[in-house]
Write a protein that binds this ligand. Structure first.
Ligand code: ADP
Length: 575
């Protein structure tokens, strides 16, 4: 059988038959060639199997070769099947090779749709307006997500959001929801878009957010960050008249800052050194921050009135101790960053104020101690930054401290912060002035405000036994009392008035009648304020109380409350 099969030519494994012998050269013997039945083209179009079937059909029944042809047919059929499988495998491989040889897709960040068929995409830091594959609905793409772009920069697939990317800290929220970040590790100031994920998020300056790899979109809140808690504060309307009992400090500030700003030419002609800031020192709650903000507000108004140019103020409020809670080198970076921000804003036309509260904590004498190593680099750095500031270039540095004696003298040299301005506790007249400020004419007062203010101030400053607040023992052995009036402050006075208002409101709610703020409300509020006040130390540790007074610690052995401390503090208070 095999020999017979071979006679039919096993080399013919191709689907297409070998061409039939040419018509002009027909075989002279044997059965009629297939060419008699079909044209050359028709023969050419037949498969080997079909040819075998044709030949089989031409043979007479019971022809001796029929079995051979059946065998041949089976073999050809098996070979054709193998060929089909091989072809399919090759086609698949071709497809794979084709895919592998095509160029890589680019990954971009989708920023926003453009018209209804294009997308604004950032790829590798460059912006493109890309066509979008019609199979992808444009509204299925979310701001900040990744997209695949093909060779023609058409968006062909949407991917999820980046899982990695740089982290930055928000400096400012712009009114339309965009975010401003300052100069951060290697970044210039940037304005970022919020991704779809952050649209509804309540963001705050100081928070840390992660960006997409193209650094255009904030994707995720990482946390509050461990960096310095500094806040950009809006300066409300604080005319100098809103500050009571600080006439001297106000005058000193105006002479130090307002005069040089308003009379630049005169100061230049006399080559008078112009300070770049000042130090406010005094007990807490007496208006240092208020004076700082009032300086910003009033300087802006004065400059506007004089030059016609409005320089919006930029008030950066920093608490010294927060700069210290940093890892090595970070405090310096933060301080440098504060100056950079102020200078930048000033360049943009703002009046920049850098207000550093509790300044002694970072600018203290470089004494040995816990923060010795930080202070030993921070103080010189701060001095360098101060020296780098041009006078009158719209950056004012204000330090506030209740321990001015601890501030490193290098900071207080001419050309740096060379004006020390004392902010005292208000005396009786000052306190009355502050009461009058808070007992506004517009409030429902039961008596003329001057009368109310006088009555409550007299009660506040009376040297009566019930007003004895602190007991002091001097090194000489002498004992004395400090009265409530000796520890008065603007903060306490404003709190007394607020509390009195709440009594009047309560009365109105309880009686259902129209009520007015009375002297009794004020006197009761005064009593309660000293009993429950949070502005005083909860302990009776002498050092804590000494900070509130001007006594020389050397001369005092003991200073503490006369009356029991307020309830919740008693346990921990007594040492
Ligand atoms: P400091 O910075 O000295 O600790 P602040 O300026 O923060 O004190 O004062 C706290 C609050 O007390 C102020 O916001 C203000 O309401 C009130 N206050 C303090 N001093 C005065 C003052 N001299 N006149 C009017 N209000 C004052």
């Amino acid at each position: 059988m095999r020999g017979t099969a071979l006679r039919f030519g096993m080399g013919e494994s191709k689907k297409k038959p070998t061409p039939a012998p040419k018509a002009e050269n027909p075989p002279t013997e044997g059965p009629s060639p297939l060419g008699d039945m079909l044209s050359h083209e028709e023969l050419e179009s037949l498969s080997a199997l079909q040819l075998v079937d044709l030949i089989t059909g031409k043979l007479p029944p019971r022809h001796s070769s029929l079995m051979d042809l059946v065998y041949l047919r089976d073999r050809i059929s098996a070979i054709e099947e193998q060929n089909d499988q091989a072809r399919e495998a090759i086609e698949k491989l071709d497809e794979i090779v084709e895919k592998l040889r095509s160029p890589a897709f680019r990954v971009g960040t989708f920023l926003m749709p453009v018209e209804n068929d294009k997308a604004h995409v950032c790829v590798g830091g460059t912006d493109y307006v890309c066509r979008v594959d019609p199979k992808i609905p444009l509204n299925s793409l979310q701001m900040g997500q990744r997209v695949l772009c093909n060779e023609a920069f058409a968006v062909v697939q949407g991917l999820g959001f980046d899982k990695n990317g740089p982290i930055v800290r928000i400096d400012e929220l712009l009114s339309d929801g965009r975010l401003r970040i300052g100069q951060e590790a290697g970044f210039n100031s940037l304005v970022l878009l919020r991704s779809a994920l952050l649209i509804k998020e309540k963001l705050k300056p100081g928070m840390e957010v992660r960006l997409d790899v193209n650094q255009r979109v904030a994707l995720e809140v990482i946390g509050m960050g461990r960096r310095i808690e500094r806040s950009l504060e809006t300066v409300t309307e604080i005319p100098w008249s809103a500050i009571g009992g600080q006439a001297e400090a106000v005058q000193a500030i105006r002479d130090t800052i307002e005069l040089p700003f308003l009379h630049r030419e005169l100061f230049k002609r006399f080559e008078h050194t112009v300070p770049k800031g000042f130090l406010l020192h005094g007990p807490p709650g007496c208006g240092k921050t208020l004076l700082g903000k009032a300086t910003a507000f009033n300087l802006r108004q004065q400059l506007k009135a004089q030059t016609g140019v409005d320089h919006p103020e930029f008030f950066l409020h920093v608490k010294g101790p927060e700069i210290l809670n940093m890892w090595v080198g970070e405090s310096e970076r933060q301080v440098r960053d504060l100056f950079i921000q102020c200078r930048e804003r000033a360049k943009d036309g703002a009046l920049a104020f850098l207000f550093i509260d509790e300044a002694e904590s970072i600018l203290g004498t470089r004494r040995a101690g816990r923060y010795h190593s930080i202070l030993s680099t921070l103080v010189p750095m701060f001095c360098t930054e101060m020296d780098g500031l041009e006078p009158l270039q719209n950056v004012v540095v204000i330090l506030a401290s209740n321990r001015a004696d601890l501030i490193d003298p290098a900071i207080l040299r001419p050309g740096r912060i060379d004006r020390k301005i004392k902010v005292n506790r208000p005396d009786q007249a000052g306190a009355q002035a502050i009461y009058e400020i808070y007992l506004r004419e517009t409030l429902p007062l039961a008596e003329p405000r001057a009368d109310l203010a006088r009555v409550v101030t007299e009660a506040h400053f009376a040297h009566s036994p019930s007003n004895q607040f602190l007991e002091i023992v001097f090194r000489s052995g002498k004992k004395d009392f400090l009265y409530r009036g000796d520890l008065a402050s603007g903060a306490i006075i404003s709190a007394v008035v607020e509390r009195a208002k709440s009594f009047a409101i309560r009365r109105s709610i309880d009686t259902g009648q129209e009520t007015f703020l009375t002297r009794e409300d004020l006197l009761r509020a005064l009593q309660r304020e000293y009993e429950e006040n949070d502005l005083f130390p909860p302990t009776d540790v002498t050092e804590d109380w000494l900070k509130l007074t001007d006594f020389d610690p050397e001369n005092v052995i003991k200073l503490g409350p006369v009356r029991p401390l307020k309830k919740d503090a008693q346990g921990s208070g007594v040492v």
